[in-house]
Each structure stands twice: as structure tokens, then as C-alpha cells.
Design a protein around this ligand. Structure first.
Ligand SMILES: [Zn+2]
Length: 330
């Protein structure tokens, strides 16, 4: 397969074009490093101001969406230890969290001294949603450039539930552990407004409602809550703080985190990911992590060789079959 010579985007990626030297349009229109760094410095200042502003507000100053994976664990450690925030950690249990990831969360949560809410959605509902998400047209093409349909459904429920919890507990900041490859700089910090919340919830719930109707209502804030509560500011700190995978592992391992042995190379917490990737790759002809990995390569966070290796890991048929059985699609 032909790929961009600078990043790793393949010829099968939607809307891709290459110049005569084999460089893709994403690389050609990327911000120069100096401009990117200037924006990151501004975001760091803005975040520092935000931290000062929320300090002393309410029982918790920040709700951290914590999957137990390496990036969100590292973000949680930074928020607690570097920024001194009173953090409530929130985990959405999708029924496929690696046992090691749960063990990691118990150990790291104690080491950091953070309170932790785990929401376990009923598996029967998740099973129906994940099975329906396998349909190629479940989400628009644009959404499929960034993630597999199964991941998008899971994230919709997790983010909806996190927002509802933040509103419930009046928490002013909501943090995510998105890597610099997963979040564009303009979205790294944003104050949620009622129209934004409404359109995000509308986009997230429309496909899910077709499968599960009103059963998904408890997972999202109501219109009344959006209108009557303080909406939080959303922040993805890894987009503008120093991000180095070696440092990430070093820091979280010092807190007792251990690499799960049962997940695919692009996840350090979720067993469903391998299956979601496989479905996506078969339908779309490209890996659902390729856009993120390409950006990490383009911006110097990851070597091109390392990215290619993560994209070309052989299928773990044993794991895939186990997931098929659990989802009821075997
Ligand atoms: Zn490229």
C-alpha cells in the first residue's frame, strides 16, 4: 500500500492526495513547528489561568475521564500532582476493560489519592449498541476518519455520562487524556455553551436512539440540566503540555501502573479495541488509528517506523474470537 513518505497516511484514506514527491495534503497544510509551539505556549498560559480560577470551587475542581490507559492515567497524575487540582476520576466500564486496567486504576488511584467513580453500564444494552455500530453507515464518513464506529459509540456514552456527572456535582473543569494526535489545538480548551452541548448531544444520541430508543436517555444530560447548571470548561492537557511516551510510562509505572498483556498495541486498557479496529479496517481499507499516528509522526512525537509497526501488528485471532462470542456475533 502506498503511504505518505512523511507521515503514514495511506492512499485509501478519504480525500488524500500526494504531491510529486509523495507528501500528502495533510502534511503540506500542517502548521510549521514554530507556529504550533507558539499556540501551545498560549494554551499552557490559558490552562494555568483556568486552574487558578477553579481552585477552591466546590467539592471537586476537575472531573477526569479515566479509561485506565496510559494517556489518561498520565493526565490524571499531572492534574493532581503538577497542578494541585482536586480531581474526581470517572470511568465508563464498557464490559471490555482489561482486568489489568482495573488493577492499575485501583493502585494508581490510591497512590494519587483521588476519588474514583466507576459506572458499569448494563452489558445487554452495550452489546446491542456495539453490534449495531458494526454497520458501515452507522456514523458519517467524517467520524470514521478518526475512530471506529464501535469506539465512537462507546465514547459517546462515556462522554455523555461524564458531562452529566460534572453537571450533577457542579464540577467546573472536565479533562480528557487525548494524545496530541487525537485532538486539534483549537479544541484543546473550550468552554462548553448550551448550544454546543445541545448539538454534541444531538449528534451523539441520534444514531444510538435508532438502536436503543429512550434507554440511552440516562447517559446524557437533559435539556433542563443544560439550561439550569453551570457548564464545564473542557480541556485536553496532553495537546499542549510536554508529551513523550517514554516519560508517560516512566511516571505512571512509578505509581504502580503495569502494561496489560492482553490488549492490542493501540490500547492499554480496552479489549474490544482490537475487534473494533478489525471491523473498521475490513470495511474502510485503513486503520482507525492511522490519522492519530500520522499526526504524532508529523509533529515529531513518534517515529515513522514505530507508527508503521503499530499499524501492521498481526491479528490476534484468539482475542478476536473471544470478543465475537461475547458480543454474540460469532
Ligand atoms: Zn503525510
Amino acid at each position: 500500500m502506498h503511504r505518505c513518505v512523511r507521515c503514514v497516511l495511506p492512499e485509501t484514506f478519504p480525500g488524500i492526495r500526494f504531491d510529486s514527491e509523495g507528501v500528502c495534503n495533510y502534511c503540506l497544510r500542517a502548521l510549521p513547528p514554530e507556529q504550533r509551539e507558539a499556540r501551545r505556549i498560549k494554551l499552557r498560559e490559558r490552562f494555568q489561568d483556568l486552574v487558578e480560577k477553579v481552585q477552591g470551587q466546590g467539592d471537586y475542581e476537575c472531573l477526569m475521564s479515566w479509561s485506565g490507559g496510559k494517556d489518561s492515567t498520565y493526565t490524571l497524575a499531572l492534574l493532581k500532582e503538577e497542578f494541585g487540582l482536586r480531581v474526581l476520576a470517572f470511568t465508563f466500564d464498557n464490559g471490555f476493560v482489561s482486568p489489568r486496567a482495573f488493577q492499575n486504576m485501583r493502585v494508581v488511584g490510591e497512590a494519587l489519592g483521588v476519588d474514583h467513580v466507576i459506572f458499569k453500564a448494563r452489558f445487554g444494552l452495550l452489546q446491542r449498541i456495539f453490534r449495531a455500530s458494526m454497520s458501515p453507515d452507522f456514523y458519517p464518513l467524517k467520524a470514521r476518519e478518526r475512530a471506529s464506529n464501535i469506539c465512537t459509540s462507546c465514547m459517546s456514552l462515556a462522554k455523555g455520562m461524564a458531562l452529566r456527572l460534572a453537571l450533577d456535582r457542579d464540577i467546573p473543569l472536565m479533562a480528557y487524556g487525548w494524545s496530541p494526535g487525537q485532538v486539534p489545538l483549537p479544541s484543546a480548551i473550550f468552554q462548553l455553551t448550551p448550544p454546543m452541548a445541545r448539538s454534541m448531544i444531538q449528534a451523539a444520541t441520534a444514531p444510538l436512539r435508532r438502536v436503543a430508543g429512550n434507554e440511552i436517555a440516562p447517559y446524557f444530560p437533559t435539556e433542563e440540566e443544560i439550561m439550569s447548571k453551570h457548564l464545564p470548561c473542557n480541556v485536553s492537557p496532553l495537546a499542549f503540555l510536554v508529551y513523550d511516551e517514554g516519560r508517560v510510562y516512566q511516571r505512571i509505572e512509578a505509581l504502580g501502573w503495569e502494561m496489560p498483556g492482553d490488549t492490542d498495541p493501540n490500547s492499554t486498557n480496552c479489549l474490544l479495541n482490537a475487534f473494533a479496529n478489525e471491523v473498521h479496517r475490513t470495511q474502510m481499507g485503513y486503520h482507525p488509528y492511522v490519522l492519530e499516528l500520522a499526526k504524532l509522526v508529523r509533529e515529531g512525537y513518534l517515529s515513522r517506523e514505530e507508527a508503521l509497526e503499530r499499524l501492521s501488528q498481526p491479528k490476534d485471532e484468539g482475542l478476536l474470537n473471544r470478543i465475537r462470542t461475547e458480543l454474540g456475533v460469532a
